[in-house]
Design a protein around this ligand. Sequence first.
Ligand SMILES: Cc1cc2nc3c(=O)[nH]c(=O)nc-3n(C[C@H](O)[C@H](O)[C@H](O)COP(=O)(O)OP(=O)(O)OC[C@H]3O[C@@H](n4cnc5c(N)ncnc54)[C@H](O)[C@@H]3O)c2cc1C
Length: 378
Amino acid sequence: MPVNRADVAIVGAGILGLAHAYASARRGRSVVVFERNAKAEGASIRNFGMIWPIGQAAGATHALALRSREIWLDVLRCARLPYLATGSLHVTYRDDEAAVAREFSELAPARGYDCQWLSAEAVLSRSQAVRAEGLRGGLWSSLELTVDPRSIVANLPRFLSEQMGVQFRYGCPVRSVALPRVEAGDEQWEAGQAIVCSGHDFETLFPSLLREAGLTRCKLQMMRTPSQANGWRLGPSLAAGLTLRFYPAFAICSTLPALKQRIAEETPEYDRWGIHVLVSQTEQGELTLGDSHEYGETLEIFDKAEIDRLILDYLATFLKAPSLDLAQHWHGIYAKHPTRPFVSLSPEPGVRIVTATGGSGMTLSFGIAEQTVSQMEM
Ligand SMILES: Cc1cc2nc3c(=O)[nH]c(=O)nc-3n(C[C@H](O)[C@H](O)[C@H](O)COP(=O)(O)OP(=O)(O)OC[C@H]3O[C@@H](n4cnc5c(N)ncnc54)[C@H](O)[C@@H]3O)c2cc1C
């Protein structure tokens, strides 16, 4: 059997695999990406497409998100892929929500976040999609971007292949990595380095290492509307009070525990299913809605109507859109570490496993990949 050769072999054509392919090819390496399915079907095609620096923990993770966003913009422009520079609004309807958003707007700029508190009037002038009744105001951030994950997963490989010479092998599961040998489908490869971005598959490659790393899986339910009529635009991606208790960025706020306690007492069902509610819009006008968080090694196959209902009920408290009829329901699964924003392991010389980006893999992917590739050069 002929042996093929590449400088770098990458496992997985989700966003992390693609970002590592880009970072490696930029440094002049020959790269091959193996994807077990006919197209990447994991978390990277199932998400909101939000590049979301505002949610990232203050310090190194937030700085990584900002760097990642810069690279995303370069890539999107070079690849001529559409994106929306929407920014984001966290809207508040209760005093405790407004307290957290206001406190964040006071503390966060000194920590490198570009955000500000807006009065109710100012929120409404930025977004036609926000309900006015009871609105206290909102947290505005200009940096969030929205991409369509379906377009990224389909078209970024084309750019990497045509413009950067990256080879793709779809329908080609990697069975073993023991450098220089990489066995993938019925192909034999030799590679100088391997980067394993296999998402929430902890069983196929380096299973004992992944088991020991303390990772878990998380299932999220999502929905999508058809394109909104008459070109209606959402404007900034929207989040509300429930989200303030979800993203680690808001942990710097002393007012956060009281908000969490009130939500836990008043609406325990939202805590039970880990629901916070976000809405983004694709270029074609569809609204992407979600989500919930159910954690565990093994996850329920079937989606829960109750979760969809809770998401839609909460959405109706702050979103005013022409239609919330649904076109699609699905769920996604990501890998997560209980405390770290992502996990990078070196099982043997020349091999990296990069996974467990949790709910921020779209945001962090290109920044992580730049770090990995420069560390592997040392
Ligand atoms: C519903 C949902 C909403 C989200 N929203 C956002 C968001 O708006 N913003 C954000 O920043 N993040 C978001 N995330 C998180 C983000 O989507 C993930 O962190 C990210 O997509 C993980 O990328 P990945 O490449 O590691 O994994 P995946 O996308 O799951 O890709 C892994 C790939 O590896 C392949 N593979 C596995 N094993 C092998 C093997 N042995 N051989 C060959 N191929 C293999 C799989 O088939 C798969 O295609 C969301 C996640 C979900 C599920």
